[in-house]
Design a protein around this ligand. Structure first.
Ligand code: 0O3
Ligand code: SF4
Length: 314
């Protein structure tokens, strides 16, 4: 069996930074360190940090007074930031800088007096964070059909921002629908969809041209991983999102000569290697990696963790 790996796949710079923030916080302050929400949407990552002393909570009232608190890579609403300050929690913010950039764009458009539209999926923590960062009117849409139902007069100055992990193609269709409905529309084109999302989507499309079945390693609650599965499936190959090797089913591969593997931005490479090892238990395998973009993006740590002496911000 040929196994073909997508390039790039797996961890992005925002995920690497977020995990490092929790690890450094544990080294510097000792266990426990509290993390609001899964630091990234992956059980393997969460469990490995739990073993080092991280405690994951969904709400700040689960954190004892004064305990070091990390906000996840997906970002938080201003109300969460204010609640942490009111409770006196020393916060380290692991919000990806590219998510923070979307927050800043949204605030800038709102300050210009534009009605803001966020393109994204309801209920996702990044979307809740972005909605809760803009003081003023914000409308959430996920599809072009929803644009038609927006209760905004077409003459209104409008701007949009997007979730960072959307499908580039689907988002383009929503933006076109916005442009048709609102002549005075501003927005960052599709650039809010981050480099890592765009690169992984291009890579899974390339992978689909070369294999019979596609596996996307990633969690069911990971937006970017779900988009990779959809794009793989749209390319006409059976495509499965699997959290780990235990989810593999031999019947998926009847008649296949080549299996493609990619991984969401929050999925560690160890999970990919375990999937390869499990497949190698069924057939002799030959593994190749597609040529593709080699990413060299790195984000700085928060100042409180980058310098040798400083502690957590208050
Ligand atoms: O936003 P998504 O569900 O894809 O989040 P993940 O799976 O944790 O991946 C990291 C991406 C992120 C923090 C938001 O851009
Ligand atoms: Fe940041 Fe993009 Fe990674 Fe999200 S997927 S954490 S926006 S680099």
């Amino acid at each position: 069996m040929r196994i073909v790996l997508a390039q790039p796949r797996g961890f992005c710079a925002g995920v690497t930074r977020a995990i490092e923030i929790v690890e450094r916080a544990l080294e510097r302050h000792g266990a426990p360190v509290y993390v609001r929400h899964e630091i990234v949407h992956n059980r393997r990552v969460v469990e490995s940090l739990e073993r080092k002393g991280a405690r994951f909570v969904e709400s700040l009232d689960q954190i004892p007074p004064g305990a070091v608190t990390v906000f996840s890579a997906h970002g938080v609403a201003l109300s969460v930031e204010r609640e942490a300050a009111a409770r006196g929690l020393p916060v380290l913010d692991a919000t990806c800088p590219l998510v923070a950039k979307v927050h800043a764009e949204g605030q800038r458009y709102a300050a210009q007096g534009r009605t803001l539209i966020l393109i994204g999926h309801a209920g996702h923590p990044e979307v809740e964070g972005t909605l809760g960062r803009v003081e003023g009117e914000v409308h959430l849409v996920a599809t072009a059909e929803e644009v038609a139902r927006l209760p905004i007069p077409p003459s209104r100055p409008v701007a949009y921002v997007t979730q960072t992990t959307l499908s580039v193609d689907d988002t383009r269709a929503v933006i076109e629908a916005l442009r048709r409905r609102f002549p005075d529309l501003q927005g960052p084109d599709t650039r809010d969809i981050c480099y890592a999302t765009q690169n992984r989507q291009a890579a899974v499309r390339e992978l689909a041209r070369q294999v019979d079945v596609i596996l996307v390693v990633g969690a069911a609650n990971s937006s970017n991983s779900n988009r990779l599965r959809e794009i793989g499936a749209e390319s006409g190959r059976p495509c499965y999102l699997i959290p780990d090797a235990a989810a593999l089913r031999r019947e998926w591969f009847g008649g296949a000569g080549a299996i493609g593997i990619t991984a969401g931005a929050s999925a560690p490479e160890s999970l990919v290697q375990e999937v390869i090892a499990a497949l190698a238990g069924w057939w002799p395998v030959e593994v190749a990696t597609l040529p593709g973009i080699v990413e060299d993006v790195q984000f700085k740590l928060p100042a409180a963790l980058a310098s040798p002496q400083a502690g957590a911000a208050g």
